[in-house]
Design a protein. Sequence first.
Length: 115
Amino acid sequence: MARGGGFPGMMGGGNMQQLARQAQKLQQNMARLQEELEAREFEASAGGGMVSAKVNGKKELLDLIIAPEAIDPDDPEMLQDLVIAAVNEALKNAGDTMEREMGKMTGGIGIPGLF
């Protein structure tokens, strides 16, 4: 067997330790980035700005602003649709940003269950 154990073509012990340190550093950096992204706020609006929603990176709704002219007692469904659209777009913005930023750090490799 080759010196240092293992199989031909495999990394030796020193390289494995270096790889483990790099993986640990990546994990720490990813955890820090995820915390930063969870604290960020993302906004979106619908109906030409009649409804605005703000969420954080944890995908929690922080604020919802409804313009008085968006409230039509004869058409509550329109207001419901605008609220849903604004909230969903804000959540999409948060998710897309988190995925893009984490992808930069991981070189684009997918990590199942990261979010």
